[in-house]
Ligand binder design. Structure first.
Ligand code: ATP
Ligand code: MG
Length: 196
């Protein structure tokens, strides 16, 4: 059996909400990676805009020893043993609205929306883990997302097959595949930070 359930996805996809619901259901501890970094003094540096750069190696080593539910977008960046991974997804248009509501800057919204359209977290998670399932939260209530997560955990659903790539094509028509690939690399580098 798996010792960790990881909930990952770009900011605003509903990780904290769903992880807390699952934690209550399974009566187990939920580790919120952003809090965990602060509690365990794993901050490498803090940028002017509030972005926290964690000590990635130490963070990974400590999380590796934990069990239960672990949530955070950084979880897709590294391999944690014995993990079952759920990637929460949200259509870029709806994600934009969720992040606007939170008062994120235009730059941060753009960055995160693009990462979502490029399947960033799913791709990273698939590179790092074997059991990876997606859930599309677009137009869904948290309760529906929670129920789908349970079905996946119990093996009665394979989750959703999400593809928002047409969104970027619409935003920048004519953009070549090469340019999109380059963008993916840039996002890969910048997302190694914790954005808050
Ligand atoms: N189907 C859904 N599942 C989960 N959350 C949803 C859903 N629909 C809307 N939301 C809303 O999305 C918002 C973002 O949720 P939440 O704070 O859990 O995201 P997050 O992924 O933890 O973000 P961050 O990475 O910034 O911490 C909340 O207001 C939540 O209620
Ligand atoms: Mg959160």
């Amino acid at each position: 059996m798996y010792e960790k359930i990881i909930i990952t996805g770009v900011p605003g996809t509903g990780k904290t909400t769903i992880a807390n619901m699952l934690g209550e259901h399974f009566m187990t501890r939920v580790i919120h990676i952003t809090d965990y970094i602060k509690e365990n003094e794993l901050i490498e540096k803090k940028l002017r805009d509030g972005t926290i750069i964690p000590k990635m190696k130490e963070l990974r080593n400590m999380l590796n020893k934990e069990t239960g539910i672990i949530e955070g977008h950084l979880a897709c960046e590294f391999k944690l043993r014995n993990s079952f991974v759920l990637v929460l997804r949200c259509h870029p248009e709806e994600l934009k609205k969720r992040l606007k509501k939170r008062g994120y800057s235009t730059k941060k919204i753009k960055e995160n929306v693009e990462a979502e359209a490029l399947d960033y977290c799913t791709q990273m998670a698939r590179q790092n883990y074997k059991a990876v399932f997606e859930i599309d939260t677009t137009n869904k209530k948290p309760k529906e997302t929670f129920e789908k997560a349970l079905k996946i955990i119990y093996g009665t659903s394979q989750g959703d097959d999400v593809d928002f790539s047409s969104y970027l094509e619409k935003q920048s028509p004519g953009k070549t595949k090469k340019k999109v690939a380059k963008k993916k690399q840039t996002i890969k580098k910048t997302k190694k930070k914790t954005k808050k």
